[in-house]
Design a protein around this ligand. Structure first.
Ligand SMILES: Nc1ncnc2c1ncn2[C@@H]1O[C@H](COP(=O)(O)OP(=O)(O)OP(=O)(O)O)[C@@H](O)[C@H]1O
Length: 236
């Protein structure tokens, strides 16, 4: 699919969030979307998924089946995991059993009878992923899917994404934590100043060594990641 000269703002006369975005996303692409907090990553993902229409520009070639997992899965719904996923399967016109392989891969089996409001953040995130995956989407849009996931699933998810792309799906992921960046062939897209650039083309990279007190390291790491920087920890 392709986004061509897209501009978007949420309301008339409110500031433009995206001003000139052109992006090619051929089948089999995994695109990692990065950028500062508030840069417009979630907005871009909603436009890609078709949840919002651009004010200007065109979107063409979007695959028919789209899976979208929002940054925060809305848990304020009075259903069990099982009935919610069965409902979502029906919405997409597939049998409820279509969710089973994903329930297994994301280790959600023991939570099927739990009600959505009672789920932990990570488990809710997994339900959000299963509902996005169960109808074998040709376009999968994941907004910060890794936040709150337990380590085992967090490590397994990039492989799962690569498998889907290998089967021809287009996958667009916003990813503060840079979990997918090591997948072979991943396209890095950076959102800044209302537009997107290929993250690998914007002037090269500098490795900066920062020494920080241990009790401040977590805070600094969080801030740097929120600004879109890659952070690697080394022990002294
Ligand atoms: N539904 C909305 N209505 C109005 N403004 C919105 C809406 N959603 C987002 N915005 C505004 O659009 C801008 C971009 O927000 P967006 O959530 O797309 O950024 P982001 O890069 O995903 O941020 P973060 O990393 O914090 O999730 C922000 O100024 C935000 O306040």
């Amino acid at each position: 699919m392709r986004l061509d000269s897209i501009a978007f703002r949420y309301r008339r006369r409110s500031p433009w969030i995206l001003r000139d975005v052109t992006l090619d996303l051929p089948p089999g692409t995994v695109a990692e979307v990065t950028g500062r907090n508030g840069a417009g990553k979630s907005t871009l993902l909603r436009l890609v998924a078709g949840l919002r229409d651009p004010r200007r520009g065109t979107v063409s070639g979007r695959p028919e089946r789209v899976g979208y997992a929002p940054e925060r899965f809305p848990v304020d719904q009075p259903f069990s995991v099982r009935s919610y996923l069965a409902h979502m399967a029906a919405v997409h016109g597939v049998p409820a059993s279509a969710a089973d392989p994903w329930i297994e891969r994301l280790a959600l089996g023991r939570l099927l009878d739990t009600r959505l409001p009672e789920l932990s953040k990570g488990s809710a995130q997994k339900v959000g992923l299963v509902q996005a995956l169960l109808h074998s989407p040709g376009l999968l849009v994941l907004d910060e899917p890794f936040s709150g996931l337990d380590a085992q699933i967090r490590d397994a998810l990039p492989g799962l994404i690569a498998d889907l792309a290998g089967e021809g799906a287009t996958v667009v992921v916003s990813d503060h934590q840079r979990v997918v960046e090591h997948l072979p062939g991943v396209r890095r897209v950076r959102v800044a100043d209302g537009t997107v650039t290929a993250a690998d083309d914007d002037g090269g990279w500098t490795v900066l060594e920062v020494v920080v007190r241990s009790d401040q390291a977590d805070d600094l790491e969080t801030k740097l990641r929120a600004d879109g920087h890659e952070v690697r920890r080394t022990q002294r």
